[in-house]
Design a protein around this ligand. Structure first.
Ligand code: FAD
Length: 495
């Protein structure tokens, strides 16, 4: 039985481990943290659960492509799934705008507000429909196994999207907003920009199209633990507190790994499902790269990092009229706040009170988060007092803004926790604290092997397979590819 060592117990690593076991390999995951899930995590403070990942999970609905993968990984079975009617409920100073995730309902609703923008509203709704079409595209085999016919079929299947991507890949959100005549809708489109990791319009339909992507009860860590459970029940081994320093290479073949404490583990195959930068430039010393890989790491922007303020509050917000039935509640502030040197005119709140497992009875968990650049935090982290003070500033600014939104909340806060890009880097090692790898990861066609290095593969968000479905799909496809090389039939389910 061939032995596979997998670096990283995030969703990509766990998935690779599960499919390795389903296909008869001896699988060992090495994870530097003491928990599974990587970025897909949550933590507890005084009876409250604070979640760091899932807003919505593509594949919870049986209509969606990824449903099958979550079934194979036993990730969602037995869990209640919560769905929302809106993706964003936006509170402008004088008006509330609901971004329904159903494109027909959205169009009907927005046309009542701005009949003069009928054409633009139809365009917005159509872009959301395109996102759903993408979500329902059938699963394909691993891209490495595509023959000429598969490539042809792929091109044909993308025909309906060619015009769409050509038109919108380079359109900025502000440009799209400018095309509305109604000033409120113009402002609304500009406001939701802050929820998207990029300035391109394409991020907007992606944000709105959350109809069939629910929230699994218990949140991110529970979700990750279900996959870990699937892996161990298939006989897989997971080693925690095991940080990998080097990938061992003999005659251009990966032959195992070396842990930080010097321990060496030999294997037939190595899969890195860990951060791409440290895999390529540290564990492998930058010895196995080509022009394309160097270009990507030197030039391609990454999805920014996350600054998160998690709050446990002695208030039952489960049926609060303003804070129900949407993924995000986005507020325009009376007075902008400064967060780590950047002015923020809006804050968005996530209210987890719909899930009773998140807080003691009668209480609620809220999260306020911001996309931020990690460089600022890396710099001030060197001065512990300054870092602590900056966290305190963020906490104060967020509480003051929340008080304007939910009067009386200040007195009811029982626990507050600020996590920064440094927290994220410390716990998951992700380069620049990125929450999803490269911004253009989907279109960069990043190779999942390295030039001239045999028996080595990469999976997860740094090879363009971002988001939870991408990461899980990546682990699956890598095993499909390995099976093909080993002349084995790829199996995807086992009791
Ligand atoms: C705030 C936030 C919100 C998000 N929201 C969503 C969402 O709503 N829906 C969605 O689909 N996706 C969401 N994502 C994105 C999603 O979480 C990630 O794209 C996905 O989890 C990446 O999985 P991965 O396995 O590729 O990487 P990671 O989760 O980074 O896993 C890599 C693992 O490798 C380990 N590791 C790293 N270096 C080493 C080493 N040297 N030795 C041993 N182990 C190592 C790390 O500890 C980690 O466990 C969100 C992410 C964040 C942070």
């Amino acid at each position: 039985m061939k032995k596979i060592v997998i670096i990283g117990g995030g969703i990509a690593g766990l998935s690779a481990g599960c499919y390795a076991k389903m296909n008869g390999y001896d699988a060992h995951i090495f994870e530097m943290h003491n928990l599974p899930g990587g970025l897909c995590t949550s933590w507890k403070r005084k009876g409250y659960t604070f979640d760091n990942c899932i807003h919505w999970l593509s594949g919870t609905s049986s209509k969606s492509t990824f449903h099958r993968i979550w079934q194979e990984l036993r990730a969602i079975q037995g869990k209640e799934i919560y769905y929302k009617e809106m993706s964003i409920k936006l509170f402008l100073k004088d008006q509330i705008i609901n971004f329904y995730n159903d494109p027909d309902k959205l169009a009907q609703y927005l046309k009542k507000i701005a009949p003069e923008d009928s054409h633009m509203i139809d365009e917005l709704a159509e872009s959301v429909r395109k996102m759903y079409l993408l979500e329902y595209m059938p699963l394909t085999k691993a891209k490495e196994l595509f023959n000429i016919i598969d490539k042809f079929k792929m091109i044909i299947s993308f025909f309906p999207f060619l015009w769409f991507f050509k038109k919108y890949m380079k359109t900025k959100i502000d440009e799209f907003a400018d095309r509305f005549k109604n000033p409120v809708l113009q402002q609304a489109i500009r406001s939701i920009k802050g929820l998207s990791p990029s300035d391109e319009f394409i991020g907007i339909p992606f944000l709105i199209a959350s109809k069939d992507a629910g929230f699994p009860q218990g949140g991110s860590l529970k979700f990750a633990k279900s996959i870990e459970q699937r892996y161990t029940s298939l006989g897989g081994k997971i080693h925690y507190g095991a940080k990998i320093k080097n990938i061992l290479v003999t005659n251009n073949q990966a032959v195992g790994i070396q842990l930080e404490d010097g321990t060496e583990v030999k294997s037939d195959i190595v899969i890195s499902a860990a951060d791409g930068y440290s895999t390529i430039f540290r564990m492998l010393d930058g010895k196995f790269i080509n022009k394309k890989i160097r270009h990507i790491y030197e030039n391609e922007p990454v999805v920014p990092s996350n600054l998160q303020v998690s709050i446990g509050v002695d208030m039952d917000l489960s049926s609060d009229a303003n804070l129900s039935n949407s993924v995000y509640y986005l507020y325009e502030l009376d007075k902008p706040i400064m967060i780590a040197g950047e002015e923020k005119k809006h804050i968005h709140i996530k209210n987890y009170a719909f899930d009773p497992t998140f807080a003691p009875k009668g209480k609620s968990t809220l999260v306020v988060a911001f996309y931020v650049k990690s460089a600022y935090w890396e710099q001030i982290y060197k001065d512990k007092a300054k870092y602590k003070q900056e966290k305190q500033n963020v906490e104060t600014a967020v509480i003051d803004s929340l008080e304007q939104i939910i009067p009386g909340i200040k007195e009811k806060i029982e626990v507050i926790d600020v996590s920064t890009p440094m927290t994220l880097t410390r716990y998951t090692n992700n380069w620049q604290g990125s929450i999803m790898g490269f911004k253009n990861g989907l279109v960069l066609n990043i190779p999942r092997t390295l030039p001239k290095l045999k028996n080595f593969y990469m999976a997860g968000q740094w090879v363009g397979d971002a988001g939870l479905p991408g990461a899980a799909g990546s682990g699956r496809e890598i095993l499909e590819y390995i099976c093909k090389k080993d002349k084995k039939r790829f199996i995807t389910t086992k009791p």
